[in-house]
Design a protein around this ligand. Structure first.
Ligand SMILES: *Cc1c(COP(=O)(O)O)cnc(C)c1O
Length: 453
């Protein structure tokens, strides 16, 4: 039973707060939504002092852990200087230093940084830049190629690029059309093939489109290695590299949406680096500030940047900016985040944890309703199916993913599903014993919910 204070907070929340991606009718009917008050490391604490393991990094953002001292100190130090100053017509110290650091760690060849404040805006900026880049060269290229099941954010431009009907269908009349090519969804291969003998046939449609229409296409936009919100659809090795080859050959820009995969999530700093790929534009957000403040960036190549360098009177300026672009507090947090990667050797120390996650996930394969398990580094999805032999899906009304996550919550672990896919996305800084507990609770919760008589 929640305390009187918690009950009061819940009542106020229900009276005034509209939650994202939430059917509020269900929320209002929930007698005990959690109200989080504190956090430390991989744990969150609710208003009644109950502790929970944060199994999804507070929706994929927390990197080293909650309330990491170095990041807090950096923000406080910056507060002692200035909290905000605009990048329109002025520069500020943390945004300069951060841009230099980002260029150092990014795939070689991305040399310029354009700031914004969310993944959606970072992608929105990339697509406007790609469109205008061609315009500035006197070419009308209006079309974008995206992957089916892709997710790139919730503003109208990034929703246009998205391919998840449940989220995006209702807005179709407002959106621009894109060319959609097959997602690398091996478990439910649209061509009926199975990796690894497939030769990545899902890219045949991309090859065809690029052959026939390259002169109309501004860019190919994709999530490298893992289509996150789609339900952790993991691309087979070589997929990304092949997209880069095809786009380069066709003279079409490649936009990598690394909003979810960036900052160590897939085991290297950026997913593109796994396959030695340098995109022309790259959107980053979620983990950029360590999961502490809203901050995003669009990194671009010298070539794209130069495509905007003209006399002002030519009207080829990139007319885009947000009020908080380059916010010094958020940039100071991001600088501290990147310093921690170096100081704590975060990526090297992640390797044994990735292996432990892999072993733990493998042990779930035997469960009666675990259909597929997909992992890229510290990003994983467990697809639950009604019938393993036929891969029959659970009907969505059954909300099996929601039930599993609710069960895990009762056991002190916070998860959030994507349909029938249970997502595991712990902070990179999670301790090994916490990771083992996360895996144990996930296993028990799946077993109890799906194998109940
Ligand atoms: C989360 C996400 C976005 C959107 O980021 P917001 O900060 O929520 O706007 C875009 N692309 C990908 C791949 C994401 O995972």
């Amino acid at each position: 039973m929640p305390s009187a204070r918690t009950r009061k907070l819940i009542e106020m929340d229900k009276r005034h707060v509209w939650h994202p991606f939430t059917q509020m009718k269900d929320w209002l009917a929930d007698p005990e939504p959690l109200v989080i008050e504190k956090g430390r490391g991989a744990e969150l604490v609710d208003t009644d002092g109950r502790r929970y393991l944060d199994g999804i990094s507070s929706l994929w953002v927390t990197v080293h852990g909650h309330r990491k001292a170095e990041i807090g100190r950096a923000i406080r130090a910056q507060l002692g200087r200035v909290e905000h100053s605009t990048l329109l017509g002025l520069a500020n110290v943390p945004s300069i230093e951060l841009a230099a650091e980002l260029v150092k760690i990014a795939p070689k060849g991305l040399t310029k940084v354009f700031y914004s404040d969310s993944g959606s805006t970072a992608v929105e900026i990339a697509l406007k830049m790609a469109f205008q880049y061609w315009q500035n060269r006197g070419q009308q290229r209006r079309r974008f190629v995206t992957l089916k099941e892709g997710y790139h954010g919730d503003t109208i431009g990034s929703v246009s690029l998205g391919g998840i009907d449940l989220f995006h269908q209702v807005y179709r009349p407002l959106l621009f059309e894109t060319e959609r090519v097959e997602a690398p969804y091996c478990y439910r291969c649209p061509l009926g093939l199975r990796h690894p003998s497939c030769g990545i046939a899902c890219l045949d449609s991309l090859e065809t489109i690029l052959k026939e229409k390259s002169g109309e296409i501004a860019a190919v936009v994709m999530e490298p290695l893992m289509q996150g919100a789609a339900g952790m659809i993991s691309a087979p090795p070589g997929h990304l590299k092949r997209v880069r080859e095809l786009t380069r050959r066709a003279g079409v820009l490649l936009v990598a949406d690394e909003v979810a995969t960036g900052f160590g999530r897939t085991g290297q700093m950026f997913a593109c680096q796994r396959e030695g790929v340098v995109p022309d534009l790259m959107a980053v957000a979620k983990g950029l500030s360590g999961g502490v403040l809203p901050l995003a960036a669009t990194l671009v190549s010298e070539e794209v940047y130069r495509g905007f360098l003209f006399p002002y009177s030519d009207q080829k300026t990139f007319f885009h900016g947000h009020t908080y672009t380059g916010n010094p507090l958020a940039c100071a947090a991001a600088l501290a985040n990147l310093r921690l990667f170096r100081k704590e050797k975060t990526l090297a120390r992640l390797r044994p944890k990735i292996r432990a996650l892999r072993r733990g996930l493998e042990s779930l394969r035997g469960l009666r309703h675990v259909g597929d398990i997909r992992q890229q580094g510290f990003m994983a999805g467990i697809e639950l199916v009604r019938d393993k032999a036929t891969r029959e899906e659970y009907p969505w009304e059954e909300a099996v993913g929601v039930k599993v996550c609710r069960r895990a919550r009762d056991k002190g672990v916070l998860l959030r599903p994507l349909g029938a896919v249970v997502v595991l996305m712990p902070p990179l800084g999670i301790r090994m014993d916490q990771l083992q507990r996360l895996l144990r609770v996930t296993r028990d919760s799946i077993e109890e919910v799906t194998e109940e008589p």
